[in-house]
Design a protein around this ligand. Structure first.
Ligand code: AMP
Length: 191
């Protein structure tokens, strides 16, 4: 299986690039943010809980997030692999993902980290907020908190994959197709 962790701060382009990668490599796209948003829409108890964190730009607690992710993975029988988008966001989540994937006989193949500077992220998120309807993309203080949470709690997850020689950094600035080709090149070299 080809299991890719697509990494990077909010607004780095993970969702956009994940769509390109799933088409090319026939992978399943699992975005924890999207799953939370669909629970909010469906007014489930998980959605109510997640919303209370997302509205502030804070992370949903690990235990809830990990359990939800594992349930999603288990919905697929014999996939070619997964793109994990927005997960893991803490070292605990990364450790749990390793244990879980090992238990089903697979592992993370590589982490692709999209690098974009903070100033560009804020511009991209505010632009996305104009049409996405996402409340957390429309408020500059929530955006600032999401970037702060990323720098304080999530950026360190890269070290987990660096120590396993699975971390690859990719320039996330440029035309969408240009960035997609950078990702294709890295994956094709690795597999
Ligand atoms: P995203 O769509 O990836 O930008 O995520 C939107 C929000 O969902 C984040 O700001 C968090 O509140 C929550 N979220 C998504 N993925 C995770 C995760 N792996 N761990 C904790 N919270 C998450």
């Amino acid at each position: 299986m080809l299991n890719i962790v697509l990494f990077g701060p909010p607004g780095a382009g993970k969702g956009t690039q994940a769509e390109k990668l799933i088409d090319k490599y026939e992978l399943v796209h699992l975005s924890t943010g999207d799953i939370f948003r669909s629970n909010i829409k469906g007014e489930t108890s998980l959605g109510v809980l997640a919303k209370s964190y997302m509205d502030k730009g804070e992370l949903v607690p690990d235990e809830v997030t990990i359990q939800m992710l594992e349930q999603e993975v288990n919905k697929y029988t014999a996939p070619n692999g997964f793109i994990f988008d927005g997960f893991p966001r803490t070292t605990n989540q990364a450790l749990a993902l390793d244990v879980f994937l090992n238990s089903i006989g697979t592992d993370v193949s590589l982490m692709l980290a999209l690098e974009v500077v903070d100033k560009e992220l804020i511009t991209r998120l505010l632009n996305r907020g104009k049409d996405s309807g996402r409340a957390d993309d429309q408020d500059e203080s929530i955006i600032a908190n999401r970037i702060k949470v990323y720098n304080e709690q999530t950026a360190i997850v890269a070290e987990h994959y660096e120590s396993q020689n699975k971390f690859i950094s990719v320039n996330g600035v440029g035309e969408i197709d240009e960035i997609t080709h950078r990702l294709f090149d890295v994956i094709n070299n690795k597999v």
